[in-house]
Design a protein around this ligand. Sequence first.
Ligand code: A3P
Length: 284
Amino acid sequence: MSDYFWYEGIPFPAFGFEKEILEDIGDKFVVRDEDTIILTYPKSGTNWLIEIVCLIKSKGNQKWIQSVPLWERSPWVESQIGYSILINQEGPRLITSHLPFHLFPKSFFSSKAKMIYVIRNPRDVLVSGYFFFHKTNLVKNPGSLIEYFEWFLKGNVVYGSWFEHTRAWLSMRERDNFLLLSYEDLKQDTRGTIEKICDFLGKKLEKDELDLVLKYSSFQVMKENKMSNFSILPEVMIPNSLKLMRKGTTGDWKNHFTVAQAEAFDKVFQEKMIGFPPELFPWQ
Ligand code: A3P
């Protein structure tokens, strides 16, 4: 079992991250106006959104998504591999990140780069995270959902507290270069949400191109795509038995939380997210 790599009080995965890079990211990494950034708290639908944005860029052509690993198409800026790809990449870049607001490249905040931030019911994020992280060798493994539940509420999980992450990034929601989406909206109205992303990115797709984006980013097709389903990652990081594409549903937390856990979660949510309009959280 691995522990975390800690930076500025935030737990990061045990492999693939280093202090010098995280320092450089905050101060020296230059976000360019033409970049597109996908920002999420882990287990919120990050990889789904990456697949969608890649397909929008290729107008529904599946060649790119089926020949290049997802983490090379839209590298995680905070990881060693992602950072080295991005600093050497010319032209408009697709950048992924799970970084909390205060650790993200400062250059972004004065740039015109577009950011898409996806939120998901944190109860489902918790359950999805538990089933993923209790098997990886990337982070401290929880022994049980009960244990992970406690860690999650305290923010003692990879990338820190969901509540802090979300509160801070939501402060950007009125900006023109920030698109707020939810996993729930993506599930409920996939086509409409993809159209919203196209508008935001200034991409006009024909109906048949949009149909292809929908088809190739669907749960079933992504599940089979080796370049997107994590199956080609080294066994030492992600065991073969571990599936990124687990259920892909909303509300799975109801199958796992006890009544007492559901109540405890509600209480923390109300306390921590006070001041935000409830309509921001479509699962409520
Ligand atoms: P579950 O574990 O609830 O199934 P991330 O990419 O941020 O790690 O999020 C992973 C979650 O997104 C997993 O949720 C996964 O199944 C879901 N997901 C990934 N691709 C999806 C798709 N095409 N459609 C719906 N859900 C998807």
